[in-house]
Design a protein around this ligand. Structure first.
Ligand SMILES: NC(=O)c1ccc[n+]([C@@H]2O[C@H](COP(=O)([O-])OP(=O)(O)OC[C@H]3O[C@@H](n4cnc5c(N)ncnc54)[C@H](OP(=O)(O)O)[C@@H]3O)[C@@H](O)[C@H]2O)c1
Length: 289
């Protein structure tokens, strides 16, 4: 019986491909997640035991305009997968986001705190979380994470490194605080969740927290250390209200991980350690991929 990962070209899915080559990876050409018949026929024929849903509409600013598209993938598709999983007694690990919270306190947010999203992406992810639990399934769980990055695909780390190579100065937001999380640690946490039959909602990120500005400074430091950057741009802090972005973002979205740590023994490493590992991987990308 197999574990299937939905959303095969996403950055998290790429980590699973390397860690778990025995999993089956499906993209939009393989299964239409908006159609129950397509899910039924594709997944039944594969004799699936677990589904990891790593597909999502993740363009936070664009979602403000593409509301229907964001809800289609982050809610309707999740509802379809959750219904299929519940009816067929299949495990479901669905990935969600710190952006389901308002983020106006300064205390790490617990797994069961009330959702209060402030942008369309967060609203659609919140609807998706609720859809997972609409159908009783003791093997269904939501793992919420934040500020995901990897040495594969385009993300904050790879974008920053590319910009630092070409610009003199970069302005990076200093008044939004969260926790950068490597896809590698998230994939390992999901695997433990599957083995231990995690159910309900839980938070998983790397340890510690920082602002985007502090994150960018560390990326610069490691970029120089591992010879990815020669002349690196200077990084300057900027307030988010000076930055023209379509979507509002939480000021503080650090997630409390005590549940996954205490109940399941999943102890994350500090984000700085994980970042160094990912930046080292960037220097030997060809061998890895
Ligand atoms: N990125 C972050 O900073 C962040 C933060 C918190 C939580 N998360 C959550 O973490 C999870 C993984 O994120 P990620 O960064 O790995 O995402 P990603 O790289 O943007 O990948 C998402 C994948 O979704 C699939 N997808 C897109 N449109 C689709 C469609 N119409 N039909 C079917 N599949 C479609 C695509 O896979 P195919 O092209 O193979 O179909 C795409 O590669 C998501 O649930 C996301 O919400 C991300």
């Amino acid at each position: 019986m197999k574990t299937v990962v939905i959303g095969k070209s996403g950055q998290l899915a790429k980590a699973f491909r390397i860690l778990n080559p025995d999993y089956i990876f499906l993209g939009r050409a393989d299964v239409n997640v908006f159609c129950r018949n397509s899910i039924d026929s594709t997944l039944k024929s594969l004799n699936v035991r677990n589904i990891i849903n790593s597909s999502a509409y993740t363009l936070v600013d664009k979602a403000e305009k593409e509301i229907e598209q964001a809800y289609a993938l982050n809610f309707l598709a999740v509802r379809n997968l959750a219904e299929f999983a519940a009816l067929n007694k299949i495990g479901l690990v669905h990935i969600s986001s710190d952006y389901v919270f308002r983020g106006d306190s300064v205390k790490p947010i617990k797994a069961y705190e009330r959702h209060q999203p402030i942008n369309v992406y967060g609203l659609s992810k919140s609807a998706g979380e609720n859809a997972v639990f609409r159908y009783p399934n003791e093997r269904a769980c939501v793992i919420r994470t934040s500020w995901l990055y990897s040495n594969m695909s385009t993300n904050f780390v790879t974008k920053m490194l590319a910009l630092m190579k070409t610009q003199q100065t970069l302005k990076v937001v200093e008044d939004q605080v969260g926790t950068p999380t490597s896809v590698w640690s998230l994939a390992r946490a999901c695997n433990i969740a599957l083995c231990k039959n995690l159910n309900g909602k839980t938070n998983f990120t790397d340890a510690g927290h920082c602002s985007w500005y502090e994150f960018a400074l560390k990326i610069r430091e490691f970029g120089i250390k591992y010879n990815i950057l020669g002349n690196a741009a200077e990084i300057e802090p900027i307030l988010s209200n000076k930055f023209n972005s379509l979507a509002k973002r939480p000021k503080y979205s650090v997630l409390d991980k005590s549940e996954i740590e205490n109940k399941f023994g999943v102890v994350p490493r500090h984000w700085k350690e994980e970042l160094e590992i990912v930046i080292k991987k960037l220097t030997k990308e060809d061998k890895e991929l």
